[in-house]
Write a protein that binds this ligand. Structure first.
Ligand code: ADP
Ligand code: MG
Length: 502
């Protein structure tokens, strides 16, 4: 067993009344990759920010090589040998400078370096750093012009120029393609061989399988599992991350009537196995799976935002091949997009206008009386979904996150749909709003097929008649919500070969 180079004991942190880390203990070993797994909001980035000297801790101890480690600033952490590549990539590079300068920035900043600035030497050192990392980018390029992946590589290379003992990577692949991720993995392999203790934060199973020597699971600011026996128990790690206290459904499960919508041999990515599925009238189907397994790719394919690589789709017996969102909307396919701040709400518009936005042409065509009817519909939605606002003319920006989300749901429910899709509808929504939305979805389900994409299993169990599991851009499991086999569900999410299957 390798040495514990870095040891965190009973680390605690609160923001105001909210406890984010409730006594976290964890060790890192030289020459090993420890993966820290946790759902969104578990506290991973907060842990990283404390360790890297960005935030103060409220309590707990950290030691590096047995000595107390309490960096007062990020620069101090780096000097001590603890280097971090933060989740927000631009924290690691200076966008206005070129690659060579970024790679040597910390040396330039170091003691005595100020009066020795020498462009030729900067370039030579940058070349050395780049070569050691197998980094292949134009040293003269301005960082702002590089792809995210290249920026990330520069940030890592810059970090590695310090010869660190501990390297922390916070969700480094979240915006990388799979080829780019592979490049990153070989860099991580190289550093592991050189004896660096690595903390790799991710909830992507493919990364974890590729890299992990040990896995630590974090849920709600507490360590819920440590897995270090080979072969690693990925299923147990996912279970620990998502929580064993999953309540089995209280949903009154309905079985589907006739099929409204189906896909056949749909292919979402080059390496992915094609899949087929059928969605019935009145049915609410949840698709679950970890971040990055293709849920959003499928949602966007259904909504005409991207073309499938192969296969076909059928709506009520007719071929459905949308080339745009307008095609999708015309076919009665509506999407409540993930990340409503970027994709959904218009802050300058009021609640009513936000609700009727995609249908404005239909409404204005019918003139004033129609508009009045639409305002009445908006008032009814406000009442039904329990949207907290004074009137339908309130500015969108004055509503809370949960109420903005309800407005987005109301927008797409104000017209009859054939297929109603919601991508992470419960993200950033409080429990009461989540229940209101789920109840309304189920109550209004007749006459259409409803599809929700959720990462959290609980949300699927609380809302759906049927649960499908996605992994590696394909459907790998199916459960009727009345008889969910939680062990099998978790195994499928973890991408584990299912026992008993071929
Ligand atoms: P993760 O990286 O696991 O997704 P984070 O550490 O970013 O989680 O966040 C954990 C929780 O702490 C979240 O509920 C988040 O809203 C809260 N949080 C993080 N940073 C701050 C901050 N600076 N002020 C207040 N709350 C914060
Ligand atoms: Mg984070």
């Amino acid at each position: 067993m390798a040495d514990a180079v870095f040891r965190i004991t009973d680390l605690r942190k609160s923001f105001g009344p909210t406890q984010v880390l409730g006594g976290v203990s964890l060790e890192l070993h030289a020459g090993e990759v420890t993966v820290l797994m946790g759902a969104n909001g578990a506290g991973k980035s907060t842990l990283v920010r404390i360790v890297s000297g960005v935030y103060d801790r409220d309590g707990g101890t950290i030691t590096l090589d047995g000595k107390d480690f309490a960096p007062a600033s990020p620069a101090e952490a780096i000097r001590a040998g603890v280097v971090t590549v933060h989740q927000n990539i631009n924290d690691g590079v200076v966008v206005a400078l070129d690659v060579a300068t970024n790679l040597t920035l910390d040396r330039l900043n170091g003691a005595g370096a100020k009066f020795l600035y020498n462009p030729r030497r900067v370039r030579r050192q940058a070349r050395e750093v780049a070569a050691r990392m197998g980094l292949d980018v134009d040293l003269d390029a301005e960082i702002g012009k590089l792809s995210l992946a290249d920026r990330q590589m520069v940030a890592i290379a810059r970090a590695m120029a310090h010869e660190p003992k501990v390297l922390i990577l916070d969700e480094p692949t979240s915006s990388l393609s799979s080829a780019e991720a592979n490049r990153l993995f070989s860099v991580v392999d190289r550093l592991r061989e050189r004896g660096v203790a690595i903390l790799y934060i991710s909830h992507r199973m493919s990364d974890i399988r590729r890299l992990a020597d040990r896995i630590v699971s974090l849920r709600d600011g507490r360590i819920t599992g440590l897995f270090d026996v080979k072969p690693l128990d990925y299923e147990g790690a996912v279970n620990a991350m998502l929580g064993q206290k999953i309540n089995l459904s209280q949903v009154a499960v309905k079985d589907a009537d006739r099929t409204v919508f189906s896909v056949e041999n749909l292919s979402l990515a080059g390496h992915a196995r094609p899949f087929s599925l059928k969605l019935g009238d009145g049915e609410v189907v949840a698709i679950t799976g970890l971040v990055g397994v293709g849920k959003t790719a499928l949602a966007e394919t259904l909504f005409g935002l991207r073309r499938p690589l192969g296969g076909s789709m059928q709506m009520r017996g007719r071929s459905y091949a949308p080339r745009s969102t307008a095609d999708a909307i015309a076919a009665g396919v509506f999407l409540v997009a993930k990340d409503r701040a970027e994709n959904g709400i218009v802050k300058d518009f009021n609640v009513y206008e936000n609700m009727s936005l995609p249908f404005l042409d239909r409404i204005s065509r019918f003139g004033v009386s129609r508009r009045r009817a639409e305002r009445a519909t908006a008032r009814a939605s406000i009442a039904e979904l329990g949207i907290v606002c004074r009137t339908e003319r309130d500015d969108m920006a004055t509503l809370s996150g949960g109420n903005q989300q309800k407005t987005m749901v109301a927008r797409w429910m104000s017209q009859p749909a054939n297929l109603f899709i919601l991508d992470e509808p419960f993200q950033g929504v409080d429990i009461a709003a989540r229940r209101d939305i789920a109840t309304k979805l189920r109550a209004s389900a007749a006459g259409r097929a409803t599809l929700i994409f959720v990462t959290e299993i609980d949300e699927a169990l609380e809302t759906a008649d049927r649960i499908l599991v996605m992994s590696e851009h394909t459907i790998v499991g199916e459960h009727r919500n009345a008889e969910v086999d939680i062990d099998r569900l978790l195994a499928e999410i973890a991408g584990q070969p299912v026992r008993g299957a071929a």
